[in-house]
Design a protein around this ligand. Structure first.
Ligand SMILES: [Zn+2]
Length: 303
């Protein structure tokens, strides 16, 4: 079904809507630029001399729960500046309307970026589908990378850690400026060579804060030999916790004997066990059948 009288708000400001169609796949809006001229990207001179037209397809904000696409009739212009190296150029749009080579309007790109920031790849893909603005997980991650804040040239203290593009399958590396407390780059993998190349391109780095794995250690040593390498607090705590758990496991027998040398005092049982009546079951069995969890002094059947 085609309509010729349509609200202008179906397309962003700066575009003129010619008509729109509503179908099973969503709404298609046919539009063209509201501006009669465009500036040459080489010399900046405005031109109104149209050379030819071509079609562009752009995703835009959904409307009334339906996916919306804009079929844009774009133009090529002749540059009338005799001294200019460009004879023909494609028309430019305002940066906050449509960016060069973009496949979605800038206002949709802003929302896509917000979803990618909040949810990442797969969960973001699922939410975007529900919002009638489908976008793939890979595209969400590309948008994140494209809109990343440029790396400051004077970055001095960096934190390096890995993260999952796809859990269990593909990992990347996130680099943070720890003095500015913000992410400054995302690397496609977690290889030491990739990290080394990044650090080599940022010779001002004085401190590298990393985990205790060999990959980042080698990358930092090779790419930033001038930098001091330190372990970050999170990984130190994680390593200390793992060591503690391992020590408790090794000495579980001693702990059982020390804690349950006689009858179990119900006071040391967890509230859950006492309320559920399991305490009686735990007191009755012989000592060697009673287990102790280190995450609270609770007891249950031996393991
Ligand atoms: Zn020109």
């Amino acid at each position: 079904m085609s309509h010729r009288t349509v609200p202008l708000k179906l397309a962003p400001a700066g575009l003129v809507v010619d008509r729109h169609e509503i179908g099973a796949a969503g709404i298609t809006v046919h539009a063209h630029s509201a501006s009669p001229t465009s500036d040459c990207p080489a010399c900046g001179l405005a031109s109104s001399s149209v050379h030819s037209r071509y079609g562009r397809s752009l995703g835009d904000l959904p409307a009334h729960g339906r996916r919306l696409r804009i079929r844009l009739s774009a133009r090529r212009f002749r540059c009338r500046n005799a001294a200019c190296e460009r004879q023909v150029f494609t028309e430019r749009f305002a940066h906050d309307l449509i960016q060069a080579h973009a496949r979605r309007t800038s206002r949709l790109d802003v929302l896509t970026h917000a979803i990618a920031l909040a949810l990442g790849g797969r969960p973001g893909e699922r939410l975007a589908e529900r919002l009638s603005m489908p976008v793939s997980a890979d595209t969400l991650l590309r948008v994140l990378r494209r809109r990343a804040i440029p790396t400051p040239s004077d970055v001095r203290v960096v934190g390096i850690d890995d993260f999952a593009w796809l859990k269990g399958q593909r990992y990347g590396t996130v680099i943070c400026d720890l003095e500015r407390r913000r992410t400054i780059d995302v690397l496609p993998d977690r290889e030491g060579g990739t990290v080394a190349a990044w650090l080599a391109a940022h010779p001002g780095v004085e401190i590298v804060c990393r985990d205790r794995g060999s990959g980042f250690r080698e990358g930092a040593t090779k790419g930033a030999p001038q930098a001091l390498q330190i372990c970050d607090r999170w990984h130190l705590l994680e390593n200390a916790t793992a060591a503690f758990v391992e020590a408790v496991k090794r000495h579980m027998g001693d702990l059982r004997r020390a804690i349950t040398g006689g009858d179990i005092d119900p006071e040391v049982l967890s509230s859950t066990l006492r309320i559920s009546g399991s305490a009686a079951q735990c007191v009755d069995p012989p000592v060697e059948e009673v287990g102790v969890n280190f995450d609270g002094v609770s007891a249950g059947r031996g393991r």
